[in-house]
Write a protein that binds this ligand. Structure first.
Ligand code: AMP
Length: 369
Protein backbone atom coordinates (compact mmCIF):
# COMPACT_ATOMS: atom_id res chain seq x y z
CA UNK A 1 0.00 0.00 0.00
CA UNK A 2 1.40 3.43 -0.90
CA UNK A 3 1.66 5.95 1.92
CA UNK A 4 -1.16 8.51 1.94
CA UNK A 5 -0.31 12.10 1.03
CA UNK A 6 1.00 13.90 4.04
CA UNK A 7 -0.86 17.01 5.12
CA UNK A 8 0.14 19.42 7.88
CA UNK A 9 -2.69 21.68 8.94
CA UNK A 10 -2.30 25.00 10.71
CA UNK A 11 -4.71 26.29 13.34
CA UNK A 12 -7.57 27.90 11.41
CA UNK A 13 -7.51 25.30 8.61
CA UNK A 14 -10.64 23.31 7.80
CA UNK A 15 -11.31 19.59 8.14
CA UNK A 16 -14.10 18.09 6.04
CA UNK A 17 -16.02 15.27 7.73
CA UNK A 18 -18.25 12.87 5.81
CA UNK A 19 -21.22 11.93 7.95
CA UNK A 20 -23.15 14.00 10.45
CA UNK A 21 -23.89 11.63 13.33
CA UNK A 22 -22.67 11.78 16.91
CA UNK A 23 -19.16 10.72 15.94
CA UNK A 24 -18.90 13.62 13.47
CA UNK A 25 -20.27 15.93 16.14
CA UNK A 26 -17.70 14.84 18.75
CA UNK A 27 -14.88 15.04 16.15
CA UNK A 28 -15.97 18.59 15.27
CA UNK A 29 -15.98 19.63 18.95
CA UNK A 30 -12.47 18.20 19.41
CA UNK A 31 -11.25 20.01 16.27
CA UNK A 32 -12.69 23.29 17.53
CA UNK A 33 -10.74 22.94 20.78
CA UNK A 34 -7.57 22.74 18.69
CA UNK A 35 -8.47 25.87 16.73
CA UNK A 36 -9.46 23.96 13.58
CA UNK A 37 -12.65 24.52 11.61
CA UNK A 38 -14.91 21.72 10.40
CA UNK A 39 -17.27 21.39 7.47
CA UNK A 40 -19.71 18.48 7.70
CA UNK A 41 -21.07 16.68 4.61
CA UNK A 42 -24.29 14.76 5.25
CA UNK A 43 -27.46 14.05 3.30
CA UNK A 44 -29.60 14.22 6.45
CA UNK A 45 -30.85 17.74 7.29
CA UNK A 46 -31.31 16.66 10.94
CA UNK A 47 -27.67 15.62 11.35
CA UNK A 48 -26.60 16.20 14.97
CA UNK A 49 -23.15 17.33 13.79
CA UNK A 50 -24.67 20.29 11.90
CA UNK A 51 -25.54 21.86 15.28
CA UNK A 52 -21.90 22.39 16.26
CA UNK A 53 -20.32 23.67 13.01
CA UNK A 54 -20.75 26.83 10.98
CA UNK A 55 -20.23 25.24 7.59
CA UNK A 56 -22.18 22.27 6.35
CA UNK A 57 -23.04 20.64 3.05
CA UNK A 58 -26.41 18.91 3.05
CA UNK A 59 -26.33 16.81 -0.12
CA UNK A 60 -26.45 13.20 -1.30
CA UNK A 61 -23.21 11.23 -1.61
CA UNK A 62 -24.06 10.84 -5.32
CA UNK A 63 -24.11 14.62 -5.86
CA UNK A 64 -20.85 15.10 -7.76
CA UNK A 65 -21.03 18.91 -7.83
CA UNK A 66 -21.61 19.09 -4.05
CA UNK A 67 -18.68 16.72 -3.45
CA UNK A 68 -16.40 18.83 -5.67
CA UNK A 69 -17.35 22.06 -3.90
CA UNK A 70 -16.88 20.38 -0.52
CA UNK A 71 -13.40 19.15 -1.51
CA UNK A 72 -12.49 22.67 -2.64
CA UNK A 73 -13.62 24.19 0.68
CA UNK A 74 -11.57 21.98 3.02
CA UNK A 75 -7.90 21.16 3.66
CA UNK A 76 -8.23 17.45 4.46
CA UNK A 77 -11.17 15.03 4.51
CA UNK A 78 -12.06 12.30 6.99
CA UNK A 79 -15.16 10.23 7.72
CA UNK A 80 -17.18 9.18 10.74
CA UNK A 81 -18.75 6.05 9.23
CA UNK A 82 -17.36 3.31 7.04
CA UNK A 83 -20.13 2.79 4.51
CA UNK A 84 -19.07 5.73 2.35
CA UNK A 85 -20.04 4.96 -1.26
CA UNK A 86 -16.83 4.05 -3.13
CA UNK A 87 -17.71 6.50 -5.94
CA UNK A 88 -17.92 9.45 -3.48
CA UNK A 89 -14.62 8.47 -1.88
CA UNK A 90 -12.96 8.31 -5.32
CA UNK A 91 -14.25 11.74 -6.40
CA UNK A 92 -13.02 13.30 -3.16
CA UNK A 93 -9.68 11.49 -3.06
CA UNK A 94 -8.88 12.75 -6.58
CA UNK A 95 -9.17 16.34 -5.28
CA UNK A 96 -8.11 16.30 -1.64
CA UNK A 97 -6.31 14.00 0.78
CA UNK A 98 -8.83 11.65 2.41
CA UNK A 99 -7.74 10.00 5.68
CA UNK A 100 -7.76 7.19 6.53
CA UNK A 101 -6.97 6.35 2.88
CA UNK A 102 -10.23 5.06 1.29
CA UNK A 103 -8.30 1.94 0.19
CA UNK A 104 -8.74 0.82 3.81
CA UNK A 105 -12.49 0.67 3.17
CA UNK A 106 -12.03 -1.99 0.46
CA UNK A 107 -10.88 -4.27 3.29
CA UNK A 108 -13.23 -3.19 6.07
CA UNK A 109 -16.38 -2.83 3.91
CA UNK A 110 -16.53 -6.54 3.40
CA UNK A 111 -16.51 -9.04 6.27
CA UNK A 112 -14.90 -11.72 4.07
CA UNK A 113 -12.09 -9.43 2.82
CA UNK A 114 -11.58 -8.20 6.40
CA UNK A 115 -11.31 -11.71 7.87
CA UNK A 116 -8.95 -12.80 5.05
CA UNK A 117 -6.80 -9.72 5.73
CA UNK A 118 -6.66 -10.36 9.48
CA UNK A 119 -5.71 -14.00 8.96
CA UNK A 120 -3.05 -12.99 6.39
CA UNK A 121 -1.32 -11.14 9.25
CA UNK A 122 -1.24 -14.35 11.30
CA UNK A 123 -3.91 -12.98 13.67
CA UNK A 124 -6.65 -15.37 14.79
CA UNK A 125 -10.37 -14.95 14.05
CA UNK A 126 -13.36 -17.24 14.53
CA UNK A 127 -13.52 -20.01 11.91
CA UNK A 128 -15.41 -18.65 8.90
CA UNK A 129 -16.58 -19.60 5.43
CA UNK A 130 -17.89 -17.71 2.40
CA UNK A 131 -21.60 -18.35 1.75
CA UNK A 132 -23.46 -17.36 -1.44
CA UNK A 133 -26.50 -19.67 -1.51
CA UNK A 134 -28.65 -21.99 0.62
CA UNK A 135 -26.56 -24.94 -0.64
CA UNK A 136 -23.41 -23.01 0.28
CA UNK A 137 -24.84 -22.54 3.77
CA UNK A 138 -25.37 -26.33 4.04
CA UNK A 139 -21.73 -26.90 3.12
CA UNK A 140 -20.47 -24.17 5.46
CA UNK A 141 -22.41 -25.50 8.47
CA UNK A 142 -21.00 -28.99 7.77
CA UNK A 143 -17.49 -27.49 7.75
CA UNK A 144 -17.81 -25.10 10.71
CA UNK A 145 -20.46 -26.76 12.87
CA UNK A 146 -23.34 -25.28 14.85
CA UNK A 147 -24.13 -23.02 16.59
CA UNK A 148 -22.77 -20.43 14.17
CA UNK A 149 -23.47 -16.85 13.15
CA UNK A 150 -24.45 -15.96 9.59
CA UNK A 151 -23.52 -12.36 8.68
CA UNK A 152 -24.04 -10.36 5.51
CA UNK A 153 -20.69 -9.46 3.98
CA UNK A 154 -21.60 -5.77 3.71
CA UNK A 155 -23.52 -3.09 5.62
CA UNK A 156 -23.76 -4.91 8.94
CA UNK A 157 -23.49 -3.00 12.23
CA UNK A 158 -24.91 -3.25 15.74
CA UNK A 159 -26.03 -6.82 15.03
CA UNK A 160 -27.93 -5.85 11.89
CA UNK A 161 -27.58 -8.27 8.98
CA UNK A 162 -26.70 -11.24 11.17
CA UNK A 163 -28.44 -14.23 12.66
CA UNK A 164 -27.45 -17.05 14.98
CA UNK A 165 -28.04 -20.55 13.60
CA UNK A 166 -28.68 -23.42 15.99
CA UNK A 167 -28.74 -27.18 15.35
CA UNK A 168 -32.11 -28.10 13.83
CA UNK A 169 -32.80 -24.70 12.20
CA UNK A 170 -34.08 -24.81 8.64
CA UNK A 171 -31.13 -23.52 6.61
CA UNK A 172 -33.24 -22.69 3.52
CA UNK A 173 -35.40 -20.38 5.67
CA UNK A 174 -32.42 -18.86 7.48
CA UNK A 175 -30.78 -18.07 4.13
CA UNK A 176 -33.86 -16.51 2.53
CA UNK A 177 -34.64 -14.49 5.70
CA UNK A 178 -31.22 -12.82 5.61
CA UNK A 179 -32.10 -11.42 2.15
CA UNK A 180 -28.56 -11.30 0.83
CA UNK A 181 -26.51 -12.89 -1.93
CA UNK A 182 -23.21 -12.81 -0.08
CA UNK A 183 -22.55 -13.68 3.53
CA UNK A 184 -20.05 -15.37 5.80
CA UNK A 185 -20.72 -18.07 8.34
CA UNK A 186 -18.71 -17.73 11.53
CA UNK A 187 -18.32 -20.30 14.27
CA UNK A 188 -20.15 -19.13 17.40
CA UNK A 189 -17.41 -18.07 19.82
CA UNK A 190 -17.98 -19.06 23.48
CA UNK A 191 -16.21 -15.91 24.66
CA UNK A 192 -15.52 -15.06 28.28
CA UNK A 193 -15.64 -11.32 27.57
CA UNK A 194 -15.49 -8.84 24.71
CA UNK A 195 -12.77 -6.22 24.55
CA UNK A 196 -11.64 -3.53 22.16
CA UNK A 197 -8.57 -1.49 21.50
CA UNK A 198 -8.70 2.08 20.30
CA UNK A 199 -5.46 2.83 18.47
CA UNK A 200 -4.17 5.85 16.61
CA UNK A 201 -1.50 5.89 13.91
CA UNK A 202 0.23 9.04 12.68
CA UNK A 203 1.95 9.79 9.34
CA UNK A 204 5.31 8.90 10.86
CA UNK A 205 4.05 5.38 11.61
CA UNK A 206 3.85 5.89 15.35
CA UNK A 207 0.99 3.89 16.91
CA UNK A 208 -0.52 4.87 20.27
CA UNK A 209 -3.07 2.57 21.93
CA UNK A 210 -5.49 3.42 24.72
CA UNK A 211 -5.89 0.96 27.58
CA UNK A 212 -7.96 -2.11 26.73
CA UNK A 213 -11.70 -1.58 27.10
CA UNK A 214 -14.15 -4.27 28.17
CA UNK A 215 -17.53 -4.11 26.46
CA UNK A 216 -20.99 -5.40 27.27
CA UNK A 217 -23.68 -5.50 24.61
CA UNK A 218 -27.45 -5.48 24.96
CA UNK A 219 -29.46 -6.62 21.92
CA UNK A 220 -26.16 -6.59 19.94
CA UNK A 221 -25.63 -2.89 20.71
CA UNK A 222 -22.84 -1.67 22.98
CA UNK A 223 -24.35 -0.84 26.37
CA UNK A 224 -21.37 -0.32 28.69
CA UNK A 225 -17.61 -0.11 28.48
CA UNK A 226 -15.24 -0.49 31.46
CA UNK A 227 -11.60 0.47 31.56
CA UNK A 228 -9.29 -1.17 32.37
CA UNK A 229 -10.57 -4.52 31.14
CA UNK A 230 -10.31 -7.40 33.60
CA UNK A 231 -7.63 -9.27 31.68
CA UNK A 232 -3.99 -10.07 32.41
CA UNK A 233 -1.19 -7.67 31.45
CA UNK A 234 0.06 -10.30 28.99
CA UNK A 235 -3.28 -10.45 27.19
CA UNK A 236 -3.54 -6.65 27.20
CA UNK A 237 -0.10 -6.45 25.58
CA UNK A 238 -1.21 -9.00 22.97
CA UNK A 239 -4.33 -6.93 22.22
CA UNK A 240 -2.21 -3.79 21.70
CA UNK A 241 0.20 -5.73 19.50
CA UNK A 242 -2.68 -7.01 17.33
CA UNK A 243 -4.10 -3.51 16.85
CA UNK A 244 -0.64 -2.13 16.07
CA UNK A 245 0.03 -4.79 13.44
CA UNK A 246 -3.36 -4.12 11.81
CA UNK A 247 -2.80 -0.33 11.77
CA UNK A 248 0.68 -0.76 10.28
CA UNK A 249 -0.45 -3.25 7.63
CA UNK A 250 -3.19 -0.84 6.52
CA UNK A 251 -0.70 2.08 6.47
CA UNK A 252 -3.44 3.71 8.51
CA UNK A 253 -3.61 7.39 9.47
CA UNK A 254 -6.17 8.21 12.16
CA UNK A 255 -7.98 6.34 14.93
CA UNK A 256 -9.33 2.83 14.54
CA UNK A 257 -11.15 0.41 16.81
CA UNK A 258 -10.43 -3.33 16.91
CA UNK A 259 -13.04 -5.54 18.57
CA UNK A 260 -11.87 -8.86 20.02
CA UNK A 261 -13.25 -11.88 21.84
CA UNK A 262 -11.41 -13.23 24.89
CA UNK A 263 -11.70 -17.00 24.69
CA UNK A 264 -10.73 -19.40 27.50
CA UNK A 265 -9.20 -22.68 26.42
CA UNK A 266 -7.25 -25.73 27.62
CA UNK A 267 -3.98 -24.10 26.59
CA UNK A 268 -4.75 -20.72 28.07
CA UNK A 269 -6.77 -17.71 27.06
CA UNK A 270 -6.64 -16.48 23.48
CA UNK A 271 -7.81 -13.43 21.54
CA UNK A 272 -9.85 -13.61 18.35
CA UNK A 273 -10.41 -10.47 16.30
CA UNK A 274 -14.08 -9.91 15.52
CA UNK A 275 -14.09 -6.64 13.63
CA UNK A 276 -12.08 -3.58 12.61
CA UNK A 277 -13.80 -0.18 12.69
CA UNK A 278 -11.86 2.32 10.52
CA UNK A 279 -12.96 5.32 12.59
CA UNK A 280 -13.44 6.56 16.12
CA UNK A 281 -15.44 3.95 17.99
CA UNK A 282 -18.24 3.89 20.56
CA UNK A 283 -16.09 1.86 22.95
CA UNK A 284 -13.63 4.79 22.98
CA UNK A 285 -16.13 7.38 24.21
CA UNK A 286 -14.79 6.95 27.75
CA UNK A 287 -11.64 8.80 26.63
CA UNK A 288 -13.59 12.09 26.50
CA UNK A 289 -13.64 12.33 30.29
CA UNK A 290 -11.39 9.44 31.33
CA UNK A 291 -8.17 10.38 29.53
CA UNK A 292 -6.05 13.50 29.10
CA UNK A 293 -6.67 13.42 25.32
CA UNK A 294 -9.77 11.83 23.79
CA UNK A 295 -9.96 9.49 20.80
CA UNK A 296 -11.62 12.37 18.91
CA UNK A 297 -8.73 14.76 19.48
CA UNK A 298 -6.27 11.96 18.74
CA UNK A 299 -7.95 11.35 15.36
CA UNK A 300 -7.90 15.06 14.54
CA UNK A 301 -4.20 15.26 15.49
CA UNK A 302 -3.38 12.26 13.27
CA UNK A 303 -5.15 13.52 10.15
CA UNK A 304 -3.87 17.07 10.71
CA UNK A 305 -0.31 15.71 10.57
CA UNK A 306 0.23 16.74 14.19
CA UNK A 307 1.99 14.86 16.96
CA UNK A 308 -0.08 12.12 18.54
CA UNK A 309 -0.78 12.42 22.25
CA UNK A 310 0.32 9.80 24.78
CA UNK A 311 -2.87 10.04 26.83
CA UNK A 312 -2.94 9.44 30.55
CA UNK A 313 -5.98 7.69 31.99
CA UNK A 314 -7.58 9.46 34.94
CA UNK A 315 -8.77 6.33 36.76
CA UNK A 316 -11.21 3.45 36.38
CA UNK A 317 -13.86 4.48 33.87
CA UNK A 318 -17.35 3.27 33.01
CA UNK A 319 -19.18 4.50 29.92
CA UNK A 320 -22.91 3.84 29.64
CA UNK A 321 -24.72 4.34 26.34
CA UNK A 322 -28.14 5.99 26.45
CA UNK A 323 -30.03 3.97 23.85
CA UNK A 324 -33.58 4.77 22.72
CA UNK A 325 -35.76 5.64 25.72
CA UNK A 326 -32.74 5.55 28.10
CA UNK A 327 -32.46 9.23 27.15
CA UNK A 328 -35.56 9.93 29.26
CA UNK A 329 -33.39 9.31 32.36
CA UNK A 330 -31.02 12.15 31.50
CA UNK A 331 -32.09 14.26 34.51
CA UNK A 332 -31.23 11.41 36.92
CA UNK A 333 -27.83 11.05 35.27
CA UNK A 334 -27.25 14.81 35.54
CA UNK A 335 -27.91 14.54 39.28
CA UNK A 336 -25.54 11.59 39.81
CA UNK A 337 -22.31 12.69 41.54
CA UNK A 338 -19.27 12.11 39.33
CA UNK A 339 -21.25 11.43 36.14
CA UNK A 340 -20.54 13.39 32.95
CA UNK A 341 -23.48 13.44 30.53
CA UNK A 342 -23.17 13.72 26.75
CA UNK A 343 -26.39 14.13 24.75
CA UNK A 344 -26.22 14.02 20.97
CA UNK A 345 -29.08 16.40 20.15
CA UNK A 346 -31.00 13.76 18.20
CA UNK A 347 -34.76 14.07 17.79
CA UNK A 348 -36.92 11.02 18.37
CA UNK A 349 -35.61 8.22 20.63
CA UNK A 350 -36.29 5.18 18.44
CA UNK A 351 -35.40 1.71 19.82
CA UNK A 352 -31.70 1.00 19.27
CA UNK A 353 -30.89 4.63 18.47
CA UNK A 354 -27.81 5.95 20.29
CA UNK A 355 -29.01 9.17 21.94
CA UNK A 356 -26.14 9.96 24.28
CA UNK A 357 -23.71 8.46 26.79
CA UNK A 358 -22.52 8.98 30.35
CA UNK A 359 -18.98 8.59 31.68
CA UNK A 360 -18.12 7.94 35.30
CA UNK A 361 -14.49 8.18 36.37
CA UNK A 362 -13.25 6.84 39.66
CA UNK A 363 -9.95 8.66 40.18
CA UNK A 364 -6.95 6.35 40.53
CA UNK A 365 -6.27 7.19 44.20
CA UNK A 366 -9.91 6.44 45.14
CA UNK A 367 -10.22 3.34 42.92
CA UNK A 368 -7.48 1.61 44.92
CA UNK A 369 -9.58 1.78 48.12
P1 AMP B 1 -20.57 -7.65 14.96
O1 AMP B 1 -21.64 -6.95 14.18
O2 AMP B 1 -19.80 -8.65 14.17
O3 AMP B 1 -19.68 -6.68 15.71
O4 AMP B 1 -21.34 -8.46 16.11
C1 AMP B 1 -22.08 -7.82 17.12
C2 AMP B 1 -22.05 -8.65 18.40
O5 AMP B 1 -22.59 -9.96 18.15
C3 AMP B 1 -20.64 -8.91 18.92
O6 AMP B 1 -20.16 -7.84 19.68
C4 AMP B 1 -20.88 -10.18 19.75
O7 AMP B 1 -21.49 -9.87 20.98
C5 AMP B 1 -21.88 -10.94 18.90
N1 AMP B 1 -21.16 -11.83 17.95
C6 AMP B 1 -20.77 -11.52 16.70
N2 AMP B 1 -20.11 -12.55 16.12
C7 AMP B 1 -20.08 -13.54 17.01
C8 AMP B 1 -19.54 -14.88 17.01
N3 AMP B 1 -18.91 -15.39 15.94
N4 AMP B 1 -19.69 -15.61 18.14
C9 AMP B 1 -20.33 -15.11 19.23
N5 AMP B 1 -20.87 -13.88 19.30
C10 AMP B 1 -20.76 -13.10 18.20
Amino acid sequence: MTSPNRVTLKPGDTIGILGGGQLGRMLALAAARLGLKVQIFSPDPDSPAFDVVQNATCAEYADVEALELFAADVDVITYEFENIPASAAMILAARRTVLPDPKVLETTHDRLAEKNFIQSLGIATALYADVASAQGLQRATAQIGLPAVLKTRRFGYDGKGQTKIRAGDNLETVWSDLQTKSAILEAFVPFEREISIIAARGFDGEVVCYDVTENEHRDHILKTSHVPATISDTLAAQARDIATRIANALDYVGVLGVEMFVVPGKDGTTLLVNEIAPRVHNSGHWTLDGASVSQFEQHIRAIAGWKLAHPLRHGDVTMTNLIGNDINDYAQWLAKPGATVHLYGKGTPRPGRKMGHVTEVKPADLSRK
